[in-house]
Design a binder for this molecule. Structure first.
Ligand code: ATP
Ligand code: MG
Length: 359
């Protein structure tokens, strides 16, 4: 059993605070994904769990054991690094077998495991090659294989698919999900990729500037973001953010008035004249035949097959609003559209702090 518990973990490099007061507990067998902008501390958290980095303060537990002072190689964790260093003088098979050899596992078992892992990652035909004879994507799969072969209690994966092309990335992602469903190892996975985070995670941890913004199941993070940062970070295209002013009866969005119901007005608890940011996802905006709504001009139309992304600008401003429409819609740049915002999906954020004010 290996749950992973971080208690008030902090890591400072000279005067840079890489992570600050990180506390969470991953239950045994769950797959957690850390996301956030570059430099927010994802790799530092992973390296701290692995024991490659010492926390400046705080406690780290793997299972019930406090591991602050336990060296990396005694932690029974397997890690795939962001820059997947393979042993250059070893073949693919030897690279995959390395961790198991170190653990003095039986050669027969090792050979069998290497075969299994190579098959699941489509590396069978490459087993005799050296890393420099492989493409970046192939090297990355070997690094993944080396970690998976170990069958460690905890897997730590730092952007393990980032060097794969789109198709291989999709396939390997599905493969990883399947592997986790059968192995059930506690996994901490770092990515920039929305789709990976949404599809793989039991829980997503959204980080910004070394601090946790929100922890939740993918659907919760998407549907109930805790603040503007989470709302705009998760989702592609991101949630639209429109600076606006509360008029008492609705919102003034660059001179265009968005009326609201009296029920909503009561729940809002905003002061008349207060500056806020409205948030609404592209899929919660529809194009309406009625002229009295938010008026925009079409700038760019991006047909994606199943759906069409329409990038528009609010009339009288440069403020962009992205709309997700059906695949068969026929609109053109320069065209004027009237938009209807589904107010059941409207968010209100404090303009300065980004804190959520509604719902
Ligand atoms: N060895 C180090 N010395 C000094 N500063 C460091 C060191 N390692 C990381 N940092 C700093 O700590 C912060 C967090 O870095 P970290 O590598 O954890 O970010 P990240 O979220 O993994 O980013 P990326 O998405 O770019 O990989 C950054 O500001 C980084 O510059
Ligand atoms: Mg990193």
């Amino acid at each position: 059993m290996a749950n992973v518990r971080l208690e008030n973990i902090k890591r400072r490099f000279n005067n840079v605070t890489a992570i600050e007061d990180i506390t969470f507990e991953i239950p045994n067998g769950e797959f957690w994904v850390l996301v956030g902008p570059s430099g927010c501390g994802k790799s530092t958290i992973l390296r701290t769990i692995a024991g490659l980095e010492n926390a400046t303060s705080g406690n780290l537990y793997i299972g019930e054991q406090l591991v602050n002072n336990i060296p990396a190689r005694q932690r029974d964790v397997a890690m795939v690094f962001q820059n997947y260093a393979l042993y250059p003088h070893m073949s693919v098979a030897e690279n995959i077998a390395f961790g198991m050899k170190m653990r003095k596992m039986e050669p027969k078992v090792i050979q069998q495991r290497v075969g299994e892992v190579a098959r699941s990652l489509s590396l069978e035909h490459l087993l005799d090659r050296k890393p420099k004879q492989l493409s970046g994507g192939q090297q990355q799969r070997v690094a993944l294989g080396r970690a998976l072969a170990r069958q460690a209690q905890v897997f730590l994966l730092d952007e393990p698919l980032s060097n794969l092309d789109a198709q291989l990335r999709d396939d390997t992602r599905a493969e990883l999900k399947q592997l986790h469903q059968s192995l059930r190892n506690t996994t901490v996975y770092v990515t920039h990729d929305q789709v990976e985070a949404m599809t793989l995670a039991d829980k997503i941890v959204v980080l910004n500037r070394g601090k946790i913004q929100q922890i939740g199941a993918p659907q919760t993070i998407y549907n109930q973001p805790a603040n503007r940062m989470v709302a705009t970070f998760i989702g592609n295209p991101p949630m639209n953010i429109l600076p606006a002013k509360f008029t008492g009866d609705g919102f003034d969005v660059f001179g265009q008035i968005l009326p609201i119901s009296s029920v909503m007005k009561e729940q809002l608890k905003l002061a008349t004249g207060q500056q806020i940011d409205l948030g609404i996802r592209p899929e919660h905006i529809t194009i309406s035949p009625s002229p009295s709504l938010i008026s925009v001009e079409v700038k760019v139309v991006e047909p994606l097959g199943r759906e069409t992304l329409i990038r528009t600008a609010l009339a009288g401003s440069t403020e962009m609003i992205n709309i997700q429409a059906g695949g068969n819609i026929n609109v053109h740049p320069g065209e004027r559209l009237n938009l209807e915002l589904d107010l059941d999906y409207l968010f209100v954020f404090d303009a300065a702090s980004g804190d959520k004010l509604y719902p």
